[in-house]
Structure formats: structure tokens, C-alpha cells
Design a protein around this ligand. Structure first.
Ligand code: NAP
Length: 376
């Protein structure tokens, strides 16, 4: 579906719209060619208030005027206008599970940032550049959970006709996993991976707002991020796994992860080393990274970066402050590619955590779903 083919914009909602990721969604959706915001939810603390009154806006450029007067509603099917087809979820991970399930059961398409359903066997864990075919899990999910062909009611008091539609959940990976896997994908395709070692240096915005206390992070590195290392070790194997017709067979390599919080505002940096199945020269590895193009570029999705991977040759790049906004925050930057005396190659990977690593990743997922016909 090309941009010019969209006659009217699809109405979307943002769940947990007042937080760090919720604000990114609102910023990225403000001028989107295919989607427009029609509903915003937040916690009981904020429900019933104007968005502008309840939200402590933190992003440069100010709050988009179109959302300022929207009233925050509860995260419940009955509170969200039936005209809304798609919901972007920035719900806290510990509560997202049941909320997202009840919304999908009510016929909404849910694109979630939260970890709750990422590893469910029937839920796509999706990066359009990496595994666009894994959306084939959606009909399997709908059949297994009884979410197909829901008959949506028209909005109360309206004369609209009842419409048949099916709900589902699609997730995007953890913010660090996203950029790691964007860089690993061309190597896995070309040479195969057997082992990956990753040490992350993660920005404070990854902890949400207000997040890590300034007294803990200034002049410091915190060598632990709760729950992060298991996600970094598990999610890449699903993302790079193979759709077998009714499930995803996990990719056959091992990941060892160590996650650290550093005093950077935005942008996660990772020191990565990889062992390959097939021997490859440095130039071959560089060419695989530099030349990588995938489905989002072929389809011309509005939020897709092109190139998706930027390979730096300067010895002191990528850096968070200089490179996190590459491709409008959607590209993955790789640098310092060189042989590794223990594994085969080592390199640095950097990417924006709240754009491609969170809201932008979910938005690109939704664009792929629209292009594949799942949002009709
Ligand atoms: P955050 O800044 O702490 O925001 C939390 C949000 O959740 C607020 O909008 C809050 O609303 C809302 N909320 C709390 N309880 C709710 C409820 N019952 N119903 C609806 N909304 C509720 O967190 P964040 O960084 O945006 O993270 C959001 C999600 O994205 C998490 O699952 C996180 O793991 C994931 N994620 C974050 C990043 C990142 O880089 N930050 C990256 C990838 C994924 P009130 O304002 O009303 O309290």
C-alpha cells in the first residue's frame, strides 16, 4: 500500500500516552501520512483530565497541538471509540499482559512495546527489516485465542453500521535487542551465527520518566538493569528464528549479555563480538552490513530508514550524542568493525532507544501490518 493510496487516515490510540514512550508515539504520529490519533489512555491518576494537563511533556519541539485537548480515557475496550482500529501500547510491562489481551479480544489490533507477550509462541516479535514473514503467526494467534471475526458495535448514538474485524497482538523487541538484531541480521543471513557476546551501555531514558535518580547515575555507571539480560539473550533467537508454518523455530545460536546503565540521555551503545558459522573476510562482513536492504525499504514504508544500517569507518564512531538521530532515530549505526582474537569479529552498535527501540519500532510494525493488509 503506497502512501498516496491511503484515502483517509486510520484512527489509532496510544495506551499509556503520558510516559516516555507514550510521548514518543504522539510525536511520531503527529504528522503521520497513514495514521491519526483518536484516543489516549493513562492510569487512574490521569483519566478524565486533558492530555495537556496530565502530561509532563519532555520532548523537544513541544506537545503537538492536536492532542492537547484530548481527554484521557481508561485502558478498557468500552472506553475506546470503535472507530479506532489500532492501539499502540506503551503500558508498563508488569500490567500490559491482561490489558492487551482484553483489547485484542474486543477486536483491536495492538502493537505493543511491552515485554508481556513478546515470547508467546503465537505472538509475532517483529522487526520489519528482520522477520516480516513472522506476521503469518497472526491468523494462528486469532484462531487459537478465538479472536477472529469479532463483530464490533457502532459508537453509541451513531448510525454507523456494525463492522466485522479481528483483534491481535504484535510486539516489538526490547530497545537494546532491536538495534543488536538489526546489526546481526545481515551477518546471520550471509554467514550464520553461532555465538554472540554483547555488553550494553544504556541511556537513562530507557528507564522511563522520572527513571533513575540523578544521585545514582551522575558520575557513575550502574552495572545492572533489572530483567534486561534475559531479554537480550532470548529475543534475538526468536527474531532470527524461522517460521515453520505454524510456529517460529528459534535460531540456533547462543547470546551472552551484560547490561549497564550509563549517564547518557538517549541512545544505547553496545560492544558486540560474534562467532560465525562460515569463515568470512573483513570486507565481506562490511559489505553485508553496508548493503543490507529489506522489506520496509522495498515497500517504501513512511518511517523506514534507508539505509537501515550505517557502517562508520571513523575509529571513534558511533557515539550516542552524534549518531542516535541517524535516519530520524530509526537507523542502526555500526562502527569499529575488526577481527576479534576470541570470536571472529567485534564491533560497536548504537541506536535510539525510545524511537527505533520503542515507539518508532512499533510504528514501523504497524506500517508493515497495514501494507500486508492486516489493518483492513
Ligand atoms: P514511563 O515513562 O514510566 O510511563 C509509564 C506510563 O504508564 C505512564 O503514561 C502512566 O500513566 C502509564 N500507566 C500506568 N498505569 C497505567 C494503567 N493502568 N493504564 C494506562 N496507563 C498506565 O514508562 P516508559 O519508559 O514510557 O515505558 C513504557 C513501556 O515501554 C514499558 O513496558 C517499557 O518496558 C517499554 N519500553 C520502554 C523503552 C524506553 O526506552 N523507555 C524502550 C522499549 C520499551 P500516568 O501518567 O497516568 O501515570
Amino acid at each position: 500500500m503506497a502512501t498516496e493510496q491511503m484515502n483517509s487516515k486510520l484512527k489509532v490510540g496510544v495506551l499509556a500516552a503520558t510516559g516516555a514512550v507514550g510521548q514518543r508515539f504522539i510525536q511520531l504520529l503527529a504528522d503521520h501520512p497513514w495514521f491519526e490519533i483518536a484516543a489516549l489512555t493513562a492510569s487512574d491518576r490521569s483519566v478524565g483530565r486533558r492530555y495537556a494537563d496530565a502530561c509532563h511533556w519532555l520532548l523537544p519541539g513541544g506537545m503537538p497541538p492536536a492532542v492537547a485537548d484530548l481527554e484521557l480515557v481508561p485502558t478498557e475496550p468500552a472506553a475506546i471509540p470503535q472507530a479506532v482500529r489500532l492501539l499502540f501500547s506503551a503500558l508498563p510491562g508488569n500490567m500490559a499482559g491482561p490489558y492487551e489481551e482484553s483489547l485484542a479480544a474486543a477486536g483491536f489490533a495492538v502493537c505493543s512495546n511491552a515485554s508481556a507477550h513478546r515470547m508467546d509462541p503465537d505472538v509475532p516479535l517483529l522487526i520489519p527489516d528482520v522477520n516480516p514473514d513472522h506476521t503469518a503467526l497472526i491468523p494462528i494467534q486469532q484462531a487459537r485465542r478465538g479472536w477472529g471475526g469479532h463483530l464490533a458495535s457502532p459508537p453509541p448514538g451513531s448510525e454507523g453500521s456494525r463492522e466485522r474485524r479481528s483483534g491481535f497482538i504484535v510486539t516489538n523487541p526490547n530497545c537494546t535487542t532491536t538495534h543488536l538484531v538489526c546489526a546481526l541480521k545481515p551477518l546471520h543471513d550471509a554467514f550464520g551465527l553461532t555465538a554472540v557476546n554483547v555488553v550494553s551501555m544504556q541511556a537513562i531514558s530507557g528507564a522511563g520518566y522520572p527513571g533513575v535518580a540523578s544521585m545514582e547515575i551522575l558520575d557513575n555507571v550502574v552495572p545492572f538493569i533489572g530483567g534486561e539480560e534475559p531479554k537480550l539473550e532470548a529475543e534475538p533467537r526468536k527474531l532470527l528464528g524461522t517460521f515453520t508454518g505454524d510456529a517460529v523455530a528459534l535460531a540456533d545460536f547462543v547470546v551472552s549479555a551484560q547490561a549497564n546503565r550509563v549517564a547518557v540521555q538517549d541512545g544505547h551503545l553496545m560492544a558486540v563480538s560474534v562467532k560465525l558459522k562460515r569463515q568470512a573476510g573483513l570486507n565481506e562482513v562490511a559489505a553485508a552490513l553496508r548493503g543490507y536492504r529489506s522489506e520496509p525499504q522495498r515497500l517504501g514504508l513512511p518511517t523506514a530508514p534507508d539505509p537501515a544500517i550505517i557502517l562508520h569507518t571513523a575509529e571513534d564512531r558511533p557515539q550516542p550524542r552524534l549518531d542516535r538521530m541517524a535516519g530520524n532515530g530509526m537507523a542502526t549505526s555500526v562502527g569499529r568493525l575488526r577481527p576479534d582474537p576470541i570470536q571472529d569479529y567485534k564491533f560497536l552498535v548504537l541506536g535510539h532507544n525510545t524511537i527505533r527501540g520503542a515507539a518508532g519500532g512499533a510504528l514501523l510494525n504497524a506500517e508493515l501490518l497495514a501494507a500486508q493488509g492486516f489493518l483492513a
